[in-house]
Design a protein around this ligand. Structure first.
Ligand code: NFE
Ligand code: MG
Length: 566
């Protein structure tokens, strides 16, 4: 008989995500539904406001990739009014985005995803001297993995455990048999987890040098950038380079070796080698390197046909709300998209934890919409970006992917897995970090001849405009779509990476990447579904981004009782 497993909330993400799966008598997942239970809001409040404020307002969609929405909002307006920004502004915007990626991906791997791979309790029984030797197997120059570092880490964790207050290490499925690292490997990873807390601060400071602050930097405006004095100051540029070197060092000496270590340990673990259902991918051109070159090219791959990467057709994008808590008669193109709430609630049924409210999959069950490309679901994110660029023969990407496959001895097919998604994020981080120095050189070279950073925008109140931006955010392709009338924002829609990946079924019952990635996976113990969490975390969910609508009328949507410490 089939049983329903509910995971809610999925922790270590931004926002609220619920996953429900149905398992058969062998604990194999036969069906899956993902639902955002969080309702926020930005698209609706954009209406009637000045397009000049769009970037600053939409930036509040998220506190993680805040720069992405800021930039996307501003570039949508620039596209609408046909404004081309100066080269210096493009390079500076790219430098900020490189800092964002270096921050966001390191935080995801260590603080949001690592504990799906790393058993902290096992690290307590490691031999630090032996662990220091193990660390040398994955890099010549380990960081924070000498015997002294590892002993100190172990003592720190033991002290935490002895207090009984486990903080970030509480409420996990420690001891789950799908954890595969040895105690020594676990100890190395825990040491890097702690070191990454320092590194993410340095990456944030990189962003703040040109952005004024992090999160929510504030140096972009429609027409260019405002951090002119920082760009002209050799001391500021040097400070950025030093911080860049510190973070890059960590990526090369901790993040890369840890992914190699995980690839080796988990290469036989079935729940890690699945994790992909939708074989359509999309990524967009981004990261200006100078001289008209970009780090990543864009395109769409359908049915995993790597021999046929198509250019992105913006008209092919529509959002379906058949199973989302919104009202619309048919899939809508974002220029004409609406965001009318229609909450229909949950239904009670038996689960492995007893009777609970559960999603009503025959009706509406998520606040996330379902974007489709010519009616097809698409996976976006670092893996999609690498696959599109690998297929297009982007030399940097081909070298990075082939290099990692050679080092791990894994075939190309290994990319189409939970492990592959996680390894792709590492490779993207490395490529972005390396490219940042090229962008910096391009900026310095360009400024010798041209100091312009801003072009004044003009919006004619008697004209109507529409425009969109499409950029790569850390979780994948992000597009913002604006219509301007009477000098005001008439309609605004954001189609966000997590929306592409986490959306519920569409009108035809087609499932998106999250849902399809879970079907067919066997759980060791349905009451402790670590495998589900690991697969979903590999996408790096951000429900704040995915559901960017709030109840601006203050309507009571539901009542929640939260048991502290439960
Ligand atoms: Ni809130 Fe975001 C990114 C955007 S997610 S983190 O990256 O855009 O879907
Ligand atoms: Mg939207």
């Amino acid at each position: 008989m089939s049983k329903r497993v509910v995971v809610d909330p999925i922790t270590r993400i931004e926002g609220h995500l619920r996953v429900e799966v149905e398992v058969d008598e062998n604990n194999v997942i036969t069906d899956a539904w993902t639902a955002s239970t969080l309702w926020r809001g930005i698209e609706t409040i954009m209406k009637g406001r000045s397009p000049m404020d769009a970037g600053l307002l939409v930036q509040r969609i998220c506190g993680v990739c805040t720069y992405s929405h800021y930039r996307a909002g501003i570039e949508a307006v620039e596209d609408a009014i046909g404004l081309t920004i100066p080269k210096n502004a493009e390079y500076l915007r790219t430098l900020m985005q490189q800092a964002l990626y270096m921050h966001d991906h390191v935080v995801h791997f260590y603080h949001l995803h690592a504990l799906d791979w790393v058993d902290v309790v096992s690290a307590l029984s490691a031999d630090p001297a032996k662990a220091a030797q193990v660390a040398m197997q994955y890099t010549d120059k380990p960081i924070a993995a000498g015997e002294g570092d590892l002993r100190a880490t172990q003592e720190r964790v033991a002290k935490l455990v002895s207090t009984g207050k486990l903080g970030p290490f509480a409420n996990a499925y420690w001891g789950n048999p799908t954890y595969k690292l040895s105690p020594e490997q676990n100890l190395i990873a825990v040491s890097h987890y702690l070191k990454a807390l320092e590194i993410q601060r340095v990456a944030s400071e990189m962003m703040a040098i040109f952005g004024g602050k992090m999160p929510h930097p504030q140096s972009l405006v429609v027409g260019g950038v405002t951090s002119v004095r920082d760009m002209l100051s050799p001391a500021r540029l040097q400070e950025w380079k030093q911080k860049h070197a510190t973070v890059t060092d960590f990526i090369n000496r901790a993040y890369l070796p840890d992914v190699l270590m995980a690839a080796e340990a988990f290469r036989q673990e079935p729940s890690v080698l699945g994790g992909m259902g939708v074989k359509n991918f999309m990524a967009t051109k981004d990261f200006a390197l100078g001289h008209g070159e970009y780090l990543f090219e864009g395109g769409v791959i359908l049915n995993n046909d790597l021999g046929n990467v198509q250019p992105i057709d913006p008209d092919a994008i529509k959002e379906d709300v058949t199973h989302s808590w919104y009202d619309a008669d048919e899939p809508q193109h974002p220029y004409d998209g609406t965001t009318e709430p229609e909450y229909t609630g949950m239904i009670k049924r038996d689960t492995v934890y007893g009777e609970l409210p559960t999603v009503d999959e025959s009706g509406k069950y998520s606040w996330v919409k379902s974007p489709r490309y010519n009616g097809e679901p698409i996976e976006v994110g670092p893996l999609a970006c690498l696959l599109v660029n690998y297929a297009k023969g982007n030399q940097r990407v081909v070298a990075a992917v082939d290099g990692l496959l050679a080092k791990t001895g894994l075939p190309l097919e290994a990319l189409y897995t939970t492990l592959g998604r996680t390894a792709a994020r590492l490779l993207q981080t490395k490529l972005v970090a390396e490219s940042a120095l090229e962008t910096m050189d391009a900026l310095i070279e360009n400024m010798l001849a041209d100091e312009s950073t801003y072009v004044e925008p003009v919006i004619d109140e008697d004209e109507e405009y529409k425009g969109h931006s499409m950029i790569e955010a850390p979780r994948g392709t992000l597009s913002h779509w604006i219509r301007i009338k009477d000098g005001k924002t008439e309609n605004y829609q954001a189609v966000v990476p997590t929306t592409w990946n986490a959306g519920p079924m569409d009108a035809e019952g087609k499932k998106g990447p999250y849902e399809l990635s879970l079907i067919g996976m066997k759980l060791d113990d349905p009451t402790k579904p670590l495998e589900v969490i690991r697969v979903i975390h590999s996408f790096d969910p951000c429900m704040a981004c995915a559901v960017h609508v709030m109840d601006y009328k203050g309507t009571d949507l539901g009542e929640y009782h939260i048991k502290a410490g439960a």
